[in-house]
Design a protein around this ligand. Sequence first.
Ligand SMILES: Nc1ncnc2c1ncn2[C@@H]1O[C@H](COP(=O)(O)OP(=O)(O)O)[C@@H](O)[C@H]1O
Ligand SMILES: Cc1ncsc1CCOP(=O)(O)O
Ligand SMILES: [Mg+2]
Length: 262
Amino acid sequence: MQLELLDKLRAQNPVIFNIANFVTVQDVANAVNAIGASPIMSNEIAEAEEIVRLASAVTVNIGCLTKQQIIHIKKVEDLARQYNKPIVFDPVAVGAVEYRYKIADKLLWDFHTSIIRGNIGEIAALGDFNWNSKGIDAGSGSGDIDEITAKTAQKYHCTVIASGPTDTISDGKRIAHIHNGSPLFKTHVGSGDMLTSIVTAFTAVTDDPFEAAQIGALVFSCAGQLVVQEHPNVGLGTFGMYLMDYLYKVKAADIEQIADFD
Ligand SMILES: Nc1ncnc2c1ncn2[C@@H]1O[C@H](COP(=O)(O)OP(=O)(O)O)[C@@H](O)[C@H]1O
Ligand SMILES: Cc1ncsc1CCOP(=O)(O)O
Ligand SMILES: [Mg+2]
């Protein structure tokens, strides 16, 4: 794992274009900012080309999808292909809402996506596996998470992160697991969206999406774990606040001490 990518990210401070959802947009902007990149959110098709050109990478989050936004996403994804900017896709609730599954599946076939980051319910749905997703949450299921992640990566020819208590990452051939984190992540709506855009930030400093996925997931999970280690009585409200502090101040050396991956 290339932990030096964290310093590289902070030195380069790349601009990250986010098509966000209105629930978690500020958390995502602050998380991208705290980790050392420069977020920009936009919903306007007329400025899409300018923003894609100035950004190093693009997040597409379908958390609050509208028909107008689908037109915007297609334009932005087409521009990202034209200007060779990586796309990281967050398939919010595709396991629970058939309409979203259909839109996401089509976008993932029509445009090259570098990384898909979802919870296991979302990743299982995209990979056509049975799983009982629950709204935006992972829900429950008994499938083999390694197999689901790898097969979904093979289906869309990209890297996939199935996040959860363990983050499972595959590019269809290789598989990695990040065991760090805290159950408090689950209590904070927006944890997944923050992770997705932090992973996007790391695609700006490495050409290998599998590496960007691993380092993004490791840094994010370790930041949350450090919050709880150093503030054992933290509640779910203050966890979100401390998480921003730790995303900002966490160093590669701190992560190295607690990193738990294979
Ligand atoms: N029980 C848990 N223990 C440790 N980390 C967790 C746990 N649940 C979620 N996470 C972490 O929370 C972040 C968001 O993941 P997840 O909850 O799966 O996404 P989403 O918010 O999209 O459902 C990831 O970094 C993941 O590692
Ligand atoms: C509650 C909600 N409704 C639509 S998007 C959204 C936020 C999803 O955030 P996350 O997937 O990061 O928990
Ligand atoms: Mg999510």
